[in-house]
Structures are given as structure tokens and as C-alpha cells.
Design a protein around this ligand. Structure first.
Ligand code: DGY
Length: 326
């Protein structure tokens, strides 16, 4: 029997390729740049499976042009690039990669927090510049992270991984979420629930870990920033559009908050020029980018595809209704 045809919009990593190739006839996008839209549409049009990155929009238009498609497997936990409702309407299973990147992402949020608080970006630039004159008492003095209040917005797996790291820094952990965590979790992580406004007022670092949903788009606007302490920092490793960048630039310029550590942006890869400031640490969407984790993510996406084509339920289905119907 012919193997199902799959298009992968990336060469993936060898372990993921092995999983896919065992039962699928896979065509890979081998170029370093992301596939241009017309090329993507062309490649997917006769395929039964798609393995894609968050840079590819799986839209109604794409689905319409790919009538044989049965699965769109995202190599990311966030799936705002996938129109899940359109997938469901067309009987296409959509999957993501939850769980495998939590610790790595929390590590990176921590990296940003430390870097911006301790002015690592500026220090690194000075050390590389060749003009450093040596140690000085007040040189690039930053602010302590240890012992401060960490406010976590979104207390899912990544938010909780963030909280776990805070105990070694003797931090006070407060969190907010649409749903309050079970008491046992709060106790284990020594995390106190707060309403959003109270959290903003009490935190020295506000770290964002919510998915991009209609209700979280633009969640961080001027009204939120003005509730933060002028000494506080914003850390965002979730999705760029959760933060209104123009509003963030305005409060940074006005000195209403102390700084920010950002990994994600409203219109990636564009970064608002007003964010290129000394008190902002910028990273190009790297939070899950360890070889171990990215390999696990790719393997997970491959496993979702292989499961579907071998008649099993893919482990990470976003629209289970599709499977119930078939
Ligand atoms: C995700 O998985 O959603 C990240 O943004 C990339 O790791």
C-alpha cells in the first residue's frame, strides 16, 4: 500500500525524520528561509499530512487548496497559526507539542529576567567593545533578582515551572490565572493567587505565560503597565500580541516601568524600533531553542502524524471532534 504523503515545512531533526519516514512518504522543505506562501500552498496541495512550524498559517485558504489533508501537526505548543475551527470543519486533525518545552522555556524566561535585571546586554556590549576601562563601583549596577516578588501571569505548565525555579532565589511567588490552581499546587510551589491588578502592583518581575487567545490579545496595554511598579520589569516568552508594543514603548520611554525582557513580538520578525533600548533585552523567539527540546518537539509532531495514519488517536489532538466523527 502506498504510504501517505506528508509535507514537512522544515528538514526537522534526524530522530523525527526516522519516525515519519517509517510510515510516510515525506517531502521536506530544505531551504533555510521559511517557505513562501505560494510554495507552501503548492507543496501541500496533494498531501495527506502537514508538519509545520508556527511561521506557517494553516488557514481556511490553505485547507481549501489541500483537499486530501488529514492532519496538520504543529511543531510548537502555541497554535495561534492554526485555524483550528477551519481544520475541524474540513475534518483535518490539528495537533501541537505540549509538555516537552516547559522547563526549557522557563529557563529562558529566567535568562531574560536575569539579563535585564543585571544589565547583561549592556555589560556584554561593553566587554566586547574594547573600550572597557576596568572595574568601577557604580558601573552598570542593576537590580537584584533574589528575594524579590515574581508575578506569574498564566499558571499553566510553563508558569509553574517558572515558580519552581523561584525558590532557589528566595523569591515571593504570586500568580494570576483565569482558573485558580489547586491548593496542593499553590502549597507545593509556595505561590499565592492574586487578581491581575493586585499582582501587577506587587510584582518586581511580571512574567507572562498565557496562550494567545482573543481574550489575551493586547492583554498588556497602557492600563496594565501603569499599575506596575516603576521599578518592575516585564518578561514575555509567550506570544508577542499579548503585549501592545506601542504601549510598552511609551511606558518605557516615560520611565513608568524599569525595563523588559522579550522573546516574542507583535509582528514577528519585525521588532518595534522603540524596543531597541538599553533597558530592554531582546531575543529572537528562542525560549524553547535547546537541541534536546527542539528535537523532542519535532519527534512529537512526527508521532502525531504517524499515529493518525496507523489508525490510532494522535496523542496531542487539538480538535478531538474530528476523530469522534470519523
Ligand atoms: C511554542 O512552542 O509555541 C513556542 O513559541 C516555540 O517553541
Amino acid at each position: 500500500m502506498a504510504k501517505p504523503k506528508v509535507f514537512a515545512t522544515h528538514g526537522l531533526f534526524e530522530p523525527a525524520r526516522q519516525i515519519l519516514e517509517e510510515s510516510c512518504d515525506v517531502e521536506y522543505w530544505a531551504q533555510a528561509e521559511r517557505p513562501p506562501r505560494p510554495e507552501l500552498m503548492q507543496r501541500v496541495k496533494d498531501k495527506e499530512g502537514l508538519v509545520c512550524l508556527l511561521t506557517e498559517k494553516v488557514s481556511e485558504e490553505l485547507l481549501r487548496g489541500a483537499p486530501n489533508l488529514r492532519i496538520a501537526a504543529n511543531v510548537a505548543v502555541g497554535f495561534d497559526n492554526i485555524d483550528v475551527a477551519a481544520c475541524t470543519k474540513r475534518g483535518v486533525v490539528a495537533t501541537n507539542t505540549p509538555g516537552v518545552l516547559d522547563e526549557t522555556t522557563a529557563d529562558f524566561a529566567w535568562t531574560l529576567m536575569m539579563a535585564v535585571a543585571r544589565r547583561l546586554g549592556e555589560g556584554e556590549a561593553l566587554a566586547r567593545s574594547g573600550i572597557w576601562q576596568g572595574w568601577n563601583l557604580d558601573q552598570l549596577v542593576g537590580t537584584d533578582v533574589w528575594g524579590k516578588a515574581l508575578g506569574i501571569v498564566g499558571f499553566g505548565r510553563i508558569g509553574r515551572a517558572m515558580a519552581r525555579r523561584a525558590s532557589g532565589f528566595q523569591m515571593k511567588v504570586i500568580y494570576t490565572d483565569a482558573v485558580r490552581a489547586p491548593e496542593a499546587v499553590e502549597k507545593e510551589l509556595k505561590a499565592e493567587f492574586r487578581e491581575m491588578n493586585a499582582l501587577l502592583a506587587d510584582s518586581d518581575f511580571v512574567s507572562v505565560h498565557v496562550p494567545l487567545l482573543p481574550e489575551t490579545r493586547g492583554l498588556f496595554d497602557a492600563s496594565k503597565f501603569y499599575r506596575m511598579k516603576p521599578t518592575a520589569f516585564l518578561i514575555n516568552t509567550s506570544r508577542g500580541p499579548v503585549v501592545n508594543e506601542a504601549a510598552l514603548v511609551a511606558v518605557l520611554e516615560a520611565g513608568k516601568i524599569a525595563g523588559a525582557g522579550l522573546d516574542v513580538y507583535e509582528n514577528e520578525p519585525f521588532i518595534h524600533p522603540g524596543l531597541r533600548r538599553a533597558n530592554v533585552v531582546l531575543a529572537p523567539h528562542l525560549a524553547s531553542a535547546s537541541l534536546e527540546t527542539r528535537t523532542k518537539m519535532a519527534c512529537m509532531a512526527a508521532q502525531n502524524v504517524v499515529a493518525l495514519f496507523s489508525g490510532q488517536r494522535p496523542p496531542n489532538v487539538l480538535n478531538p471532534e474530528v476523530l469522534q466523527e470519523s
